[in-house]
Design a protein around this ligand. Structure first.
Ligand code: SF4
Length: 484
């Protein structure tokens, strides 16, 4: 079954263009529904009108991807995993990035509060995006049902992050799940021995459930059985193994599940996949140093992200001193899951940085996202009050755009006029990037400006400002040219 078209979706909508959903037309709704920007429940007609029940069911079937989406948690940090339509990102896009859950044991005692706060508040700003964690995997290490239940409750009181309850013993897992079931935790998980008890509880309470088996046939059979039981949100775990040959085995298992679910549309494999790099710590016991062990775990996390594993559970990362691990995983994830259909551009225009005055500098750059944002961050980081003139270079970086002609003197002069760059200052100086030095002569004529060539890399701007920014001198030179 191929990807449905907006017209096929539109055919099942009310077509009244009532606007209740916030869209002017049902066709616009159909387009964004396919892009997962909204959900079927956002169309009030389809949800409330009994006559439309058949169409609603048909629409759900039509737009459900071969790998179904599963939701963990509630509210603004609800975590959506899976839901992919393609094996490789370049075939369309990936919709839901690998969720990163951090393992927290149930014997943490006094450190619990600060740990949960740290994980909840962790934010990394990178090229215009805020990167955060997705959930907490509460792991039972005490073997005590009351402790696990009390900790589950406490953690939900301390955070709005989704929770995953990790315990293979139903006698311990289910009381904790019962306690916090209104927070929609992921139950981890059911095995061939426990599927009936845990599965029945998950179905009765509409909770997502991880099923675990390193034997893929057994995993598929568990999936089929639990779906027959009524399970609506399964997550597949084929095991995470370390040691010689085992990384390949782990990789192959994940890929086989993805191929079966997404390409072959096998309904038993068509669910999100979980990987547990944290399993490293229970499998390897040698005399390496701590950081060497942590590296092994983080490398497994990176491998899993690179093949679109839906969720990973990390042991390393709970402590602030281990933020390097999260930085690596979140940065890689940001790259792997960027949408290849969206060209990385920003709006051209004149951006104010800090509190510029009438002699503050005007820096010029391109509208390639990976250029404009780092330049802006470097300026902000160095507390330089200035203006940043972002020129439309068709989203191409400075060096290539100068070579290709998209970043040229006319385009910069046009931007100077369009965004009234000199209206805010009492000078006519433009600072262009070092990589665009060859444009300076033509730009002086076209923009009627004194052009200064800045550093090749924006990290050199603070030094440039210290040693080379002499606006009064530049303006004297400019005035003397004008006279001649
Ligand atoms: S609420 Fe439904 S019927 Fe109304 S415009 Fe939106 S999609 Fe169309």
């Amino acid at each position: 079954m191929g990807r449905p078209s907006p017209l096929e979706v539109y055919a099942l909508l009310d077509k009244s263009n009532c606007g209740d959903c916030g869209y002017d037309t049902c066709m616009a709704f159909a387009t964004d529904l396919l892009e997962r920007k909204i959900r079927i429940k956002d169309c009030t007609h389809l949800m409330k009108d009994p006559k439309q029940a058949k169409n609603r069911e048909k629409l759900i079937k039509l737009i459900t991807p071969p790998q179904k989406e599963v939701r963990i948690g509630i509210g603004e940090r609800e975590c959506v995993i899976g839901g992919e339509e393609v094996l490789m990102r370049h075939q369309l896009t990936f919709y839901n990035q690998t969720a990163i859950f951090i393992e927290v044991p149930d014997d943490l005692g006094g450190a619990l509060e600060s740990t949960i706060k740290y994980l909840t508040d962790l934010k990394i700003e990178r090229i215009g995006e805020t990167l955060t964690l997705d959930g907490i995997a509460l792991r039972c290490v005490t073997g005590d049902a009351n402790t696990f239940k009390a900790m589950a409750k406490k953690v939900t009181e301390l955070t709005n992050l989704p929770l995953m309850l990790c315990c293979l013993n139903p006698e311990i897992l289910l009381p904790a799940a019962e306690e916090i079931k209104n927070k929609k935790p992921l139950l981890y998980g059911a095995t061939i021995e426990t599927w009936e008890k845990i599965g029945t509880f998950a179905v009765q309470n509409d909770l997502p459930l991880a099923i675990i088996s390193s034997d893929l046939d057994e995993l598929m059979s568990l999936s089929a059985t639990l779906q027959k039981l009524g399970a609506k949100g399964l997550v597949l775990d084929a095991g995470t193994f370390f040691g010689p040959g085992n990384i390949a085995k782990t990789y192959n298992n994940i890929m086989q599940l993805r191929i079966a679910g997404i390409d072959k549309e096998n309904p038993n494999a068509g669910w999100p996949i979980i990987g547990v790099p944290a399993a490293y710590w229970s499998q390897v016991n040698d005399d390496k140093e701590l950081w060497q062990h942590q590296y092994q775990e983080v490398i497994m996390g990176a491998i899993m992200e690179s093949i679109d594993t839906s969720l990973i559970v990390m042991h390393t990362g709970r402590h602030p001193e281990d933020v390097w691990a999260l930085l690596a995983l979140m940065t890689l994830r940001q790259s792997v899951f960027s949408d290849p259909r969206i060209y990385p551009t920003v709006e051209p225009g004149l951006y104010k940085i800090g509190e510029p005055n009438e002699m503050s500098p005007i820096f010029v750059t391109s509208n390639y996202r990976m250029t404009k944002i780092p330049v802006e961050q470097d300026l902000q980081g160095a507390n330089i009050d200035c203006w940043l003139l972002v020129v439309d270079s068709e989203g191409i970086g400075i060096e290539s755009a100068v070579a290709g002609g998209q970043f040229n003197a006319s385009a910069i002069a046009e931007a100077v006029n369009k965004y009234k760059a000199f209206d805010n200052v009492k000078h006519r100086i433009l600072i262009i990037p070092g990589m665009a030095a060859r444009l300076s002569g033509a730009l002086e004529d076209e923009a009627d400006a004194y052009v200064v060539v800045g550093p090749r890399d924006s990290s050199g701007i603070p030094k440039f400002m210290e040693t080379q920014w002499k606006p009064e001198e530049f303006m004297k030179e400019y005035e003397s040219w004008k006279k001649n």
